[in-house]
Design a protein around this ligand. Structure first.
Ligand SMILES: Nc1ncnc2c1ncn2[C@@H]1O[C@H](COP(=O)(O)OP(=O)(O)OP(=O)(O)O)[C@@H](O)[C@H]1O
Length: 334
């Protein structure tokens, strides 16, 4: 699929704006604060169903309470309308004249987003790394989003019950069962993706950096976890969890370890090396999504291209020569 034209209304700093995608890569340039990321965000909302950096209301231009996006591609025209319908704020997707309250899974199109914040994959919290893997799986697995949100809802309920000092094991049991069923499925899918990262990362790192450094990636819990084992963990931690008022076991506490030359990357890798690890991970993300979904993801490079040295810029464009690439920069890049 190719994006041909983007038109937005009331998207952050933009009143109305139209952008034609004539070349590939398409470069969006402008001063800081001119609204480049907002255009990337609009593409993301149209193709993935929600923003990567804020609520719908935050997306509306200050002083307004609605926005519109029209993304014309060579296959569909995606329209997104956020605003007031009756007494409620709603978002509506209109794709080739059919209306949807949520963007249907089969109309979502895969995207790999590179943004300056990506270095947090290395130096941020475990949540940031879980998010990377979860967002990746969601792009090709139609069941994963609902497994995650059901796990999250059960977790919130269990944590709420744990705040009550009189809570018993029996009261928690139905939630433990739900958590262990969804949790085991989530862990297995994350482990599979971590294994793919591990398999490819060193070769890709060396291809970009032209040296012999090695990188390894591992899910924090390597063994296969069945739902029965997970259920036992929730039950065994009952006293601890009640004292803490929160659930201490399960995939919401897991991490993805990134090791650079046998030492955790956060301790050992320089900023440039971290950037290269992240770049290699993004390459794997794009490759794997295409392999699993059969669709070459659209690559959105927000303000990152200019930060790479020439060698890495070449590696990036060579890797994505078959993909549509949209990039933003404050300066012209050649
Ligand atoms: N809801 C909103 N309404 C109006 N302006 C907003 C809204 N949200 C953010 N802004 C402003 O919009 C501007 C554009 O932000 P955006 O991140 O798209 O710019 P950018 O061109 O990517 O900037 P940079 O080069 O600094 O990354 C910023 O000045 C921001 O403060």
């Amino acid at each position: 699929m190719r994006i041909i034209r983007l038109t937005v209304q009331n998207i952050r700093v933009h009143d109305t704006k139209t952008l034609d995608f004539v070349t590939n890569p398409t470069l969006i340039t402008g001063a800081n604060g001119s609204g480049k990321t907002s255009l990337i965000e609009a593409i993301y909302i149209a193709l993935r169903g929600k923003s990567f950096r804020g609520s719908d209301l935050a997306v509306c231009r200050y002083g307004t309470d609605f926005y519109r996006i029209m993304l014309e591609t060579d296959i569909f025209t995606y329209r997104v309308q956020y605003g007031t319908v009756g007494a409620r704020k709603t978002r509506q997707f209109i794709i080739d004249d059919k209306k949807y309250a949520r963007l249907p899974y089969k109309l979502k199109y895969p995207i790999v987003l590179f943004e300056p914040e990506d270095l947090r994959i290395i130096n941020g919290s475990p949540q940031r790394r879980r998010q990377l893997v979860d967002t990746l799986i969601q792009q090709y697995d139609p069941h994963y989003s609902s497994q995650l949100s059901r796990y999250e809802r059960a977790l919130q309920q269990r944590n709420k019950l744990l705040k009550d000092p009189s809570v018993t094991r029996d009261v928690l049991f139905p939630w433990d069962v739900l958590l262990s069923d969804y949790g085991a499925a989530i862990i297995a899918k994350r482990q599979a993706v971590a294994a793919i990262f591990h398999e490819r990362i060193t070769a890709l790192y060396r291809q970009i950096a032209h040296n012999d450094d090695s990188v390894s990636i591992a899910y924090s819990h390597n063994d296969t976890v069945t739902s029965q084992q997970l259920l036992r963990q929730y039950e065994e931690k009952f006293d601890y969890d009640r004292a803490a008022g929160a659930t201490s076991a399960g995939p919401h506490r897991h991490d993805i370890h990134i090791i650079f030359n046998h030492v955790p990357a956060i301790q050992a890798a320089s900023r440039g090396e971290c950037r290269t690890i992240v770049l290699a991970m993004k390459f794997i993300e794009a490759e794997y999504i295409e392999q699993q979904s059969g669709m070459p993801p659209i690559i959105l490079l927000d303000d990152v291209f200019g930060e790479l040295d020439e060698q890495r810029q070449h590696a990036l464009l060579a890797e994505f020569r078959e993909n549509q690439v949209v990039m933003t920069s404050t300066v012209d890049v050649h």
